[in-house]
Design a protein. Sequence first.
Length: 174
Amino acid sequence: MKHSHLFYVNATGPRPDFRLVLTFVWGDGVDFDTDGNSSNPASHDWTELYAQNRSKLSEEFDISPVGQDSLLLEVESRQEWLAAVVAYMLAVVTKGEVSGKPDGPFGSPEDLLFFVGDFHRAAAWDRFKASPFQLATEEDPYPNLRVQESPPSHESLGKVMAGCPCSESNSMVR
């Protein structure tokens, strides 16, 4: 991408289902184009993801591994806020750290909040937590196709959300 902004995430834990990244950024109902190396939609082992919002073509980002290290991810976008939001979300969910350079120094995901602009993190975390993709497994990657009368229960999300700072307190959201 020409004139792009880069952030680096040292992802120490598994990545989320890639669809949750899209949910966090744009919501479940947005039409987007994606490409990546997820072997299964619910996989947590992916290291590459390209996404573009089809209704706002300028909103696109690319995630790729740095070198052979699949735990160090480069997040790139022409829009600084979008690169920062994606890197922030990945770092929080993976319990990782962020940097503006691939060799560090690495710091807290909150270091990126200066760059996110008017992005509403509280609404993004709400979308993330309520997404049917929280319940996706490699054996059942499409829980969104099952009709649900109500959002996922706190109990059903307990295992998925265990340890995610977004579920602990409002200190992570504005």
